[in-house]
Design a protein around this ligand. Structure first.
Ligand code: AP5
Ligand code: MG
Length: 190
């Protein structure tokens, strides 16, 4: 299996690039943010819980997120591989993902970390707020909080994969096509 962690701060381009990668490599795209937003829209109990964290830019608790992710992976256990977009976001999530994949006799192949500086992230997210309808895009204070939680709780996950020699940093600025080609090159070198 080809299992990719597509990593990066809010607005780094994880969702945009995932669409290109799933097409080329025939992978299942698991974006925890997208899955939560589907629950939000349908007002499920999980959506009602998740909203209280997402709308203010905080992380949904690990136990809830990990259980949801596990259920999605098991649903697609015959897949050629997965792109994990927005997961893992804490070391506890990274450990749970390793255990889950091990139980399926597979593992993470590579972590691709999109590197984009803060000013550019803010510009992209505020730009997207016009069309996304996402409460967490509309307010600069909430965008700041998402970025600072990324720096504090999520960025350390890079060291987790670095310790396994799986981390590849990718410059996340430039045109969408340029970035796609950098990602393809890193995957094809595996
Ligand atoms: P999530 O949905 O994962 O959001 P995020 O990480 O904040 O990132 P985004 O989806 O906003 O950005 P992206 O990197 O996908 O960029 P995109 O391609 O859209 O999480 C949302 C919330 O859900 C979290 O805050 C948390 O509450 C909860 N959550 C999710 N997962 C969780 C987890 N594992 N644990 C706990 N809680 C969790 O691009 C952004 C914009 O930039 C777009 O408008 C795009 O068109 C534009 N753009 C893309 N590439 C370029 C480029 N090269 N040049 C210019 N513009 C570009
Ligand atoms: Mg996204």
């Amino acid at each position: 299996m080809l299992n990719i962690v597509l990593f990066g701060p809010p607005g780094a381009g994880k969702g945009t690039q995932s669409e290109r990668l799933i097409e080329k490599y025939d992978l299942i795209h698991l974006s925890t943010g997208d899955i939560f937003r589907t629950h939000l829209k349908e007002n499920t109990p999980l959506g009602i819980l998740a909203r209280t964290f997402m709308d203010v830019g905080k992380l949904v608790p690990d136990e809830v997120t990990i259980e949801m992710l596990k259920a999605e992976v098991v649903l697609h256990s015959n897949a050629k591989g997965f792109i994990f977009d927005g997961f893992p976001r804490t070391n506890a999530q990274a450990e749970a993902l390793d255990e889950l994949l091990q139980s399926l006799s597979t593992e993470i192949s590579i972590m691709l970390s999109l590197e984009v500086e803060e000013e550019e992230l803010k510009k992209r997210l505020l730009g997207r707020a016009e069309v996304s309808g996402r409460a967490d895009d509309a307010d600069p204070v909430i965008i700041e909080r998402r970025i600072s939680i990324y720096n504090q709780d999520t960025a350390p996950v890079k060291a987790f994969y670095q310790a396994q020699n799986k981390l590849t940093a990718i410059q996340g600025t430039g045109t969408i096509d340029e970035i796609t080609h950098r990602l393809f090159a890193a995957i094809d070198a595996l």
